[in-house]
Design a protein around this ligand. Structure first.
Ligand code: ATP
Length: 255
């Protein structure tokens, strides 16, 4: 079973997302749908809002996957891109669970947590010509307690998976991601597009919880998260009433 069209592993690089965006823009024919670029030594990783993502060399995986909406069965309009980090989060949650991690949770909009700590962060970015999307994830495999980049982080090993097998996790992740992106694309052109939405709503541990939303400029809203809307935005109820928040409008979300 093909899990990817092309897999390139590099010993070290600044950012796999940045490289895949540049290379797929320059030579599109060489980077088909489901091309993957990986390293276990990413030296200048980024999170949302250009925040730093870092991990000691050899202790984690940076995995960037190229998705070409034209090659998916239905369609993937720009309005559906908000689903991609969530779908990747579901895929990663399933992959680490299959590897033996217990209690992995998807936190809206782009993290996988174990016991409240971040084991994986995800960043989806459009190519400059908007022809494709790169979905990047940083997965902490064997970072030790004394070398965590931030105190809110964890690794699979710290969470009890003694020897995480990168190949098995990668294969499971790519397999899940391939299936879920097909389902998402199918759902867009389908009157019953609610299937994938309710699946992710069920899988997303943020739904149903009280959240503290930090907005640009430092304003803080307290709300109850009630669901996800058709674009993957978080539906909340605040004192002022119902609202939908987009990932791009939130600086931090805390429970
Ligand atoms: P938040 O971290 O507030 O939940 P976020 O989920 O949107 O926000 P991102 O901006 O996507 O986070 O990721 C960057 C943040 O992740 C950094 O600011 C840092 O706190 C944290 N971080 C950096 N490297 C790692 C890592 N290897 N593991 C876990 N967390 C990390």
């Amino acid at each position: 079973r093909a899990i990817a069209s092309r897999i390139v592993v590099v010993p070290s690089t600044g950012s796999t997302n940045r490289d895949l965006i540049a290379q797929a823009s320059e030579a599109p024919a060489q980077w088909p749908h489901l091309s993957v670029l990986i390293t276990d030594d990413q030296t200048a990783g980024r999170g949302r809002l250009d925040r730093q993502w870092s991990a000691p060399a050899g202790t984690s995986l940076a995995i960037s996957v190229l998705l070409r909406p034209d090659e998916l069965p239905g369609s993937l309009p720009v309005g559906a891109f908000g689903w991609l980090p969530l779908i990747a989060g579901v895929a990663m949650k399933r992959a680490v669970t299959a590897a033996g991690a217990r209690g992995a949770e998807l936190k809206w909009p782009n993290d996988v947590l174990i016991e409240g700590r971040k084991v994986c962060g995800i960043l989806a970015e459009l190519l400059p010509d908007a022809s494709a999307v790169v979905v990047g994830s940083g997965l902490n495999l064997t970072i030790g307690a004394d070398e965590l980049p931030v105190e809110t982080a964890t690794s699979l090993q710290l969470a009890g998976v003694e020897e995480p097998d990168p190949d098995a996790i990668l294969a499971a992740y790519l397999d899940e991601l391939r299936v879920l992106t097909y389902e998402l694309a199918n759902a867009q052109g389908n009157a019953d597009g609610s299937g994938i939405r309710s699946l992710i709503e069920r899988e997303c541990a943020t739904v149903g919880r009280d959240v503290r939303i930090e907005l640009p400029g430092g304003r803080i809203e307290r709300a109850r998260a009630t669901g996800l809307d058709e674009g993957g935005r978080l539906m909340v109820i605040t004192d002022a009433g119902p609202a939908a928040v987009a990932a791009g409008d939130v600086t931090h979300l805390r429970y």
